[in-house]
Design a protein around this ligand. Structure first.
Ligand SMILES: NC(=O)c1ccc[n+]([C@@H]2O[C@H](COP(=O)([O-])OP(=O)(O)OC[C@H]3O[C@@H](n4cnc5c(N)ncnc54)[C@H](OP(=O)(O)O)[C@@H]3O)[C@@H](O)[C@H]2O)c1
Length: 278
């Protein structure tokens, strides 16, 4: 019997590539997304069920999980991939923007896990893979809310790995570095909020941040291929890997720095790099 994976946020980026990767490898794929009516590629593939799932909507989560189990009999692997980013000082986001980001990036992950875990417990096996970010390992200027949401999921993952191992269920996180998906376009930035001082600072720091990132990318001469993330998801689904995983040359470089120096020194190094000189 084929194995089955359920992936959230399969309409683009890592989610779509992961859906195609699992399908190529002979898996059944429950490719879930907010607007399945717009999908015209995944629904042409054999053993792929495209279904509606908005991680912020409990009813759609229950329905998609039930539909998937009805069609394929079980869910072996859950990939919590749906999520989005956003740049702003903490004060610039409205309360609603902060809650919305947590609703998708954190509570959305919990909601889908809570729906799938009873099925995995019944079958005494399963793997849950949460897509986090290097922003879940480190703070970055203008990224406070997103970073907080991804740190939350790293902590959730580590605790869940311990909670669910006795039931035969593995829980893992994958933190990607920067990859060219629709992520930047979909980000919820807010440089207009806050008072004059905050707005001026955000504009200056934002411009410097982009210059530094562009310089680093030029120096490395590497274009990060999002398929790397899809392959890492497949690897975590099919082989023994640690609870915390990272993917991408920039992620490896940053993790190397984090591991090689006291935390305070790392924070000061990042500050030096990312904050424009006064
Ligand atoms: N690209 C990067 O550099 C990067 C780096 C680190 C971590 N990540 C993380 O990787 C994950 C995937 O991002 P990506 O880079 O592939 O970006 P992407 O191309 O923008 O894909 C994000 C996916 O999440 C979906 N989504 C957003 N809100 C949702 C909701 N409420 N319910 C269900 N689906 C929802 C989007 O669906 P719609 O099409 O309906 O909007 C889309 O399918 C995210 O968790 C992101 O935080 C990305």
């Amino acid at each position: 019997m084929n194995k089955t994976v359920l992936i959230t946020g399969s309409s683009s980026g890592f989610g779509k590539l992961a859906a195609k990767t699992f399908q190529r490898e002979g898996w059944n794929v429950i490719a879930t997304m907010r607007s399945p009516e717009k999908e015209n590629e995944l629904n042409q593939l054999e053993n792929v069920l495209v279904s509606r799932l908005d991680v912020t909507n409990q009813e759609s989560v229950t329905q998609a999980v039930n539909e998937g189990i009805e069609k394929f009999g079980k869910i072996d692997v859950l990939v919590n991939n749906a999520g989005y980013g956003g740049h702003s000082f903490l004060e610039q986001f409205s309360e609603e923007q902060i809650y919305d980001m947590f609703e998708t990036n954190v509570f959305g992950v919990m909601r889908v896990c809570r729906e799938v875990l009873p099925h995995m417990r019944k079958q005494k096996s399963g793997t849950v893979i949460n897509i986090t970010s290097m922003a879940g390992y480190m703070g970055l200027t203008l990224t406070s809310t997103y970073s907080a949401s991804k740190w939350a999921v790293e902590g959730l993952t580590e605790s869940m790995a311990m909670e669910y191992r006795p039931f035969g269920i593995q829980v893992k996180a994958i933190a990607p570095g920067a990859f060219g998906t629709n992520f930047v376009n979909a980000s919820d930035n807010n440089f207009e909020g806050g008072d004059d001082e905050i707005r001026e600072s955000a504009t200056k720091i934002g411009a410097h941040f982009h210059t530094v990132v562009a310089q680093m990318q030029k120096q490395s001469g590497q274009v990060a291929d999002p398929q790397e993330v899809a392959d890492k998801i497949y690897e975590c689904a099919t082989t023994e890997t640690p609870v915390h995983n990272i993917v991408g040359a920039d992620a490896e470089m940053l993790k190397g720095m984090i591991d090689s120096m006291p935390r305070q020194q790392f924070i000061e190094k990042l500050d030096e790099l990312l904050l424009p000189k006064a």
